[in-house]
Design a protein around this ligand. Structure first.
Ligand code: FE2
Length: 256
C-alpha cells in the first residue's frame, strides 16, 4: 500500500517556493506506477489542492487518473469539501456528508477520516464523525486509521498548534475500541514516526514541499525544497512495516 499526502495542486503556472506541484506530483505518480504497480491501493491523505479551487481539483483528477493502482482520496485543511465533491461526485461520503469511508485491504480495515474544521487550518472530529468512527471500528477487525491532521504532538511548535484539536477524544475512542494498529497522517510535510498513548503512528512527507527540520518554528508556511517522498505500508498478518521513498533521489541500483 502507498500513502501520498499533501499534493497542494494549483492552477496552471502556480508555484510553491518556486516548485511546480503538478510536475512533482506527476513524477511521484510515474514513480509509483513504475515501482509499485502491484500495490493494492494508494491512499491520498488530504491537501489535494493548495486553495480548494475548481481548476486545481481538475488537475487532481487528471493526475490521479494516471495511477495504475486503485486510489482512495481524503481531504485536508487546504481543501474545500464542496468543491471536492463537485469534481469527484462519485467519491464516498458518510451518512452526514463527510468525506469518510472504510475499505478493507490485506485483512485490515482502512478507516479514512475527514478532519476538516471549517475556516481553520487545524482539524477536528466532531461528535458525528467520532460516532461514525466508533461504528467503523466496532467489528474489532485490525484497523489502520488515516487522517490528515495528526491526533498527537509532533514536536513542531507551529504545526502542533494546528493539529487535530481533539486528539484526546480520538485516542480515548481508539483505546476503547482496542483494534487500531496504526495511525497515518499528513499535514506536517515531514517523515515522523513514534507512539502516542500506546498507538504507533506514521506521518509522511509531501511529494512537493517539506517542513524544515526546525522544531520551534512558529511559521507554519515555512517550507523547504527537500526531495519529494511518499510512504509504503507492508501489511502482514502480524503487523505493518512502514517505509518512505524519497523518490526524487532514486537512481539505478548498482552492486558494490
Ligand atoms: Fe499540506
Amino acid at each position: 500500500m502507498i500513502v501520498l499526502t499533501d499534493l497542494h495542486l494549483l492552477p496552471e503556472g502556480g508555484r510553491i517556493i518556486g516548485l511546480d506541484p503538478f510536475g512533482r506530483v506527476a513524477a511521484a505518480i510515474a514513480h509509483i506506477n513504475a515501482h509499485h504497480p502491484d500495490a493494492e491501493r494508494v491512499i491520498v491523505t488530504g491537501d489535494l489542492t493548495h486553495r480548494g479551487d475548481a481548476a486545481s481539483y481538475e488537475r487532481v483528477r487528471e493526475l490521479l487518473g494516471r495511477l495504475v493502482v486503485p486510489c482512495s482520496i481524503m481531504l485536508g485543511n487546504h481543501d474545500d469539501r464542496d468543491a471536492f465533491f463537485t469534481a469527484f461526485p462519485g467519491a464516498p461520503r458518510d451518512r452526514n456528508g463527510f468525506a469518510q469511508h472504510v475499505t478493507t485491504v490485506g485483512g485490515y480495515r482502512l478507516v479514512m477520516l475527514d478532519t476538516i474544521k471549517d475556516r481553520s487550518p487545524a482539524g477536528t472530529l466532531c461528535d458525528r464523525r467520532l460516532a461514525w468512527l466508533d461504528e467503523a471500528l466496532a467489528d474489532r477487525a485490525p484497523a489502520i486509521v488515516f487522517m490528515h491532521h495528526p491526533p498527537h504532538p509532533t514536536g513542531f511548535a507551529g504545526m502542533d498548534a494546528i493539529a487535530l484539536d481533539n486528539g484526546d477524544a480520538f485516542h480515548a475512542l481508539a483505546a476503547r475500541a482496542g483494534n487500531v494498529r496504526l495511525v497515518v497522517a499528513g499535514h506536517v510535510h515531514r517523515t515522523i514516526s513514534g507512539v502516542y498513548n500506546g498507538l504507533p503512528f506514521a506521518v509522511f512527507k509531501s511529494p512537493v514541499h517539506q517542513q524544515p527540520m526546525v522544531l520551534d518554528a512558529g511559521d507554519t508556511s515555512l517550507s523547504v525544497d527537500e526531495p519529494g517522498a511518499y510512504g509504503i505500508l507492508l501489511l502482514g498478518e502480524r503487523g505493518v512495516t512502514v517505509h518512505t521513498d524519497d523518490f526524487a533521489l532514486t537512481t539505478a541500483a548498482a552492486t558494490y
